[in-house]
Design a protein around this ligand. Structure first.
Ligand SMILES: [Zn+2]
Ligand SMILES: [Zn+2]
Length: 311
């Protein structure tokens, strides 16, 4: 049994066999490992179909951070693609943060080799960009903006027509609650249509608690990266403890809360910004301003280097 999974001896609710079963209070269900894998993939397929995430799609891009969520997404989509008739391409953005990024790349290479998928790696250093504070942007803001721009660009170059992000149920709850606490009432949608040079963007795991992704990876025997980013800080993530507590008090509480928020709130800012995208003056990629985030960052890093060299 995989580490971290709550297991008991009992009867699998799906196949009826007696033996070690995984407890899934989220779905009021105990399942044996074989049935867990089948249920996980079947549920993902149902969400893909329910939200028309892959209608007409031929090739879906997944950006691998190396973590459990993107690893589970890659493998589950690859397996569903065999029956649903689409391909999966794996991307990785090498952030250039020393040993951490090197170990991360090794892990992602190992994962894609085991899946038998080619890996397209983009090095930030080749773009004249690095993950660091610049012009009032935090390192995490730089990293987020770079990944968002690169994901769309690299996916399109790899011939993908859809990008799939690995946001989990907890990520979406965290994002929405931070918004609510700032009196912004919006909710991210599972499927954003293609528009203004941005590929269709889908969130297949937004209804899946992240602990199930870890169990899926371990049961399928695929590796994932457990190291935290050197810039990671615990405080912004502490709101997740509130959701864990809710789940303890009310099994399935997280999922019910997510579904209620989805019903109650209109589409998020992210989606609204989508509609006012234009072409970047430098590179022609979709941009919210005159220059896209990548070109702005490249200019800033370039000028700070020049200033540094002259001073
Ligand atoms: Zn079973
Ligand atoms: Zn640009």
């Amino acid at each position: 049994m995989p580490e971290g999974a709550q297991t008991v001896y009992g009867r699998c609710r799906s196949c009826g066999e007696l033996g070690p079963v995984l407890r899934m209070p989220e779905f009021n269900l105990n399942a044996c490992p074989t049935c867990f894998l089948r249920l996980y993939e079947r549920r993902l397929r149902r969400k893909l179909e329910e939200h028309r995430m892959l209608d007409g799609a031929k090739r879906v891009a997944v950006a691998l951070s190396g973590g459990k969520d993107s690893a589970a997404l890659l493998l589950a989509l690859q397996r569903l693609g065999w029956v649903m008739g689409f391909e999966v391409v794996a991307l990785h953005f090498h952030l250039g943060m020393g040993e951490h990024s090197r170990r991360n790349l090794d892990m992602v290479k190992d994962l894609t080799e085991r899946c038998g998928l080619p890996l397209k790696v983009t090095h930030l250093s080749d773009l004249g960009i690095r993950v660091a504070r610049v012009k009032g942007w935090s390192a995490c803001a730089v990293c987020g903006a770079v990944k968002r721009s690169l994901f769309n660009r690299e996916a399109r170059e790899a011939g993908a027509d859809v990008v799939a992000t690995a946001h989990t149920l907890e990520d979406i709850l965290l994002f929405s609650f931070k918004n609510i606490l700032s009196r912004r009432y919006s909710f991210p949608r599972p499927t954003l249509p293609e528009q203004s040079g941005m590929l269709r963007k889908i969130k297949p795991l937004m209804f899946t608690p992240e602990r199930l992704n870890a169990i899926y990876c371990r049961l399928r025997g695929i590796p994932y990266f457990e190291e935290k980013c050197p810039f990671w800080e615990p405080h912004p993530h502490r709101l997740k403890e509130v959701f864990d507590h809710l789940e303890e008090v009310i099994p399935s509480g997280k999922l019910q809360l997510l579904l209620s928020l989805q019903e109650a709130f209109p589409a998020g800012e992210d989606e609204l910004r989508w509609e006012v995208m234009r072409a970047c003056r430098m590179c022609g990629e979709p941009a919210g301003q005159e220059l896209c985030a990548l070109c702005r960052l490249r200019e800033w890093f370039c000028s700070s280097k020049e200033n540094g060299a002259s001073g």
